[in-house]
Design a protein around this ligand. Structure first.
Ligand code: 0CJ
Ligand code: F3S
Length: 330
């Protein structure tokens, strides 16, 4: 039923699922927490472990120190690389600085790095679809800087130059809009008909699922709220996807305090979701804020379920195992 046909007095929330933490974020945040427990503070983290203000502040309070570059980490200390991944040069810098590293790069980002290395070895021109300056794109590009050209959306297709139009592959950032990326690929394919596609989807399962769910919700919502930080690519994409799917309006908020009362004017259905780097407690806060304003009726819209989990970074598992073995030996 479209929103025009709804009872005008009825106020409800359509809560999208899946939402919030993906397997890669869960793993990265737990990695920092475990490292703090196991080795004690300070634990240095290069770049925000995930793009969420609340997560970063909470970990800072527990003793994590966030730095922009490994060069800022004192010799001999522990540094964790964020979920977005780093270039091989960053690994070399850490070695030169005699740092102990824990790599919390999401395994699905590592998969894209490996694809980049493989196609570069086969001397392909790699067209990496992604957002200029985003941490993940910087890391992936660093795997094969001489072979990778960034394509920042459909409007950038005309600017692309390759050495051999018969040997071109596209790869992508993991957190893009699925629809916009397909538009970019179609544009690239018009220019390079022999364009090769990645062996499997680079846009990850979590990004795809959150976009599918928010699309369903947005079609029936006068207002969509997406909880997430402004620098979170996947969260920003969810707002765009919601607007594209017919939401009356859509806003990105870090928490309930950022919602403006006037956004509710004339609204009977609010769609709600959160980005892959967002703890559920922030969604709970928004639900409580809405309930106080008469939106206590919450309906979950869940087109699919997720069961993916990743094991902790190997450096932590190794030490955790050693600790467990020591305990067993008494
Ligand atoms: O790049 C990633 C591996 C996604 C991490 C989770 O989301 P977030 O918000 O930290 O990062 P994006 O800006 O990439 O969405
Ligand atoms: Fe990984 Fe996708 Fe999350 S790439 S960190 S599972 S948003």
């Amino acid at each position: 039923m479209g929103r025009m046909a709804e009872d005008p007095g009825r106020r409800r929330v359509l809560l999208a699922a899946p939402r919030g933490y993906c397997a890669g974020v869960d793993r990265a945040v737990i990695a920092v927490e475990r490292a703090l427990e196991q080795y004690g503070p300070p634990i240095y983290v290069r770049h925000e472990i995930v793009h969420n203000k609340y997560v970063v502040r909470t970990l800072e309070r527990k003793g994590a120190v966030f730095v922009d570059e490994t060069a800022e980490v004192p010799e001999g200390e522990i540094v964790i690389f964020s979920a977005h991944g780093v270039s091989p040069e960053v690994h070399r810098e850490a070695e030169r600085g005699r740092l102990a590293t824990i790599d919390a790069t999401c395994p699905l980002v590592t998969k894209v790095h490996k694809e980049a290395v493989r196609f570069a070895e086969a001397d392909y021109d790699i067209l990496l679809i992604g957002h200029e300056g985003h941490e993940e794109v910087i890391g992936t590009s660093g795997e094969a800087p001489d072979h990778i050209t960034l394509v920042d959306g459909p409007d950038d297709v005309a600017n692309v130059e390759v050495r051999d139009p018969e040997k071109v592959v596209w790869l992508s950032q993991t957190t893009l809009s699925v629809d916009e990326t397909m538009e970019t690929v179609e544009g690239l394919r018009r220019r390079f008909p022999l364009l090769v596609s990645p062996p499997s989807d680079d846009i990850c399962y979590a990004t795809q699922n959150r976009q599918t769910a928010i699309k369903q919700v947005a079609a029936d919502a006068d207002l969509v709220l997406v909880v997430g930080s402004k620098n979170s690519s996947n969260s920003v994409r969810m707002v765009e996807v919601a607007l594209g799917a017919g939401a009356g309006a859509a806003h990105l908020v870090d928490n309930a305090e950022e919602i403006r009362e006037e956004w509710l004017a004339g609204v009977s259905t609010v769609g709600l979701s959160s980005g892959a780097s967002v703890p559920e407690v922030l969604v709970d806060g928004v639900l409580a804020w809405l309930a106080e304003r008469g939106f206590g009726d919450v309906e979950v819209v869940q087109p699919m379920r997720e069961h993916i989990q990743f094991s902790l970074p190997k450096e932590l598992r190794r030490d955790l195992r050693a600790e467990a073995a020591a305990k067993v030996r008494g």
